[in-house]
Design a protein around this ligand. Structure first.
Ligand SMILES: [Zn+2]
Length: 298
């Protein structure tokens, strides 16, 4: 069982997902997305086997640790729903959705950044990366980037990508390429949900997309708003917050034309390292959002 009142290391998260896929072999299969800059496995698990897949990622930013634990718990709950062991009559429709669609969970897209933020740069195995990280002058607990100090969520090849120092090209990072490959493995995917931590907001607006696409995204986000209690981000806010461009949701929407929603958990003023209490809170707030996405966004 997943314990939301403790913290898991990147290695333990990988083990946990393997363990769960052994416990529910009919429903879960362990499926890593690739390897990080510092050679850590990027863990993932596929629930179901339909080609109509919803992709769910978290942990793109190292320091946003609460979401990873919340999604571990979500995976277990969804496996129990499929096993018919989750006996909440409210979730009868959930059973049907999980038979029709699959969900590819990637709870820890940036394992190096996660380990750095919960420890320090000394966890980097590669000496050159360790030295580079030390020279960046960023407090460890606030670390967002990957093991090379690059913000993966600015690294996706899309209309808003901006080259800059340390990131001259899009998809320069192994974590970025791993997620791009994961998307490509499901050409019939039905949508993408990316979980971050800043202010309990849902962002659906995609600047490079059509009015019709964004209208559809807004309808879905409003449903998600009701379930989570989060605020709906305005197109203006979305433009400002993604000012730097190159986000995974932009890439997915532009490449596949299907809904891509960013979920920002946790109060604005939350500090780092994230208090353990957030893990339970985030789980409670977002646990049904993937099912909501399948019901109203597809
Ligand atoms: Zn983030």
């Amino acid at each position: 069982m997943v314990e939301l009142d403790r913290r898991y290391t990147a290695e333990e998260i990988t083990e946990k997902l393997k363990e769960m896929s052994h416990r529910y072999p009919a429903h879960l299969s362990y499926r890593p997305a690739g390897e990080s800059a510092d050679d850590r496995e990027i863990p993932g698990v596929l629930l179901g086997d339909s080609p109509k897949c919803l992709l769910v990622s978290a942990g793109i930013h190292g320091r946003e640790s609460a979401n990873t634990a919340a999604i571990l718990q979500m995976i277990e709950t969804y496996a129990l729903i499929r096993e018919n062991e989750y006996s909440d009559p409210l979730f009868e429709p959930g059973k049907k959705l999980l038979r029709e669609y699959s969900i590819y969970f990637l709870p820890l897209m940036n394992p190096d950044g996660y380990e750095i933020a919960l420890g320090d740069g000394g966890i980097l195995q590669n000496a050159a990366l360790r030295e580079k990280a030390g020279n960046q002058g960023i407090p460890w607990k606030e670390w967002k980037g990957n093991g090379r100090g690059v913000d993966i969520n600015r690294n996706f090849p899309c209309a808003s990508f901006l080259p800059r120092e340390g990131m001259e090209e899009a998809a320069s990072e192994p974590e970025t390429r791993a997620l791009i490959r994961a998307f490509a493995e499901f050409p019939e995917s039905v949508g993408y949900l990316d979980v971050h931590s800043r202010g309990k907001v849902l962002y659906y607006y995609r600047r490079a997309m059509t009015w019709r696409y964004n209208r559809r995204g807004k309808r879905l986000a409003k449903r998600m708003q009701k379930l989570s209690g989060y605020r709906l981000g305005s197109p203006r806010e979305e433009r400002e917050t993604t000012f730097d461009g190159g986000n995974s949701v932009n890439y997915y929407s532009e490449r596949y034309g299907r809904p891509a929603v960013t979920v920002e958990t946790v109060a604005d003023e939350a500090g780092f390292p994230m208090d353990l209490a957030y893990q339970k809170e985030v789980y409670r707030e977002i646990r049904w959002l993937p099912l909501c996405f399948l019901k109203y966004g597809v």
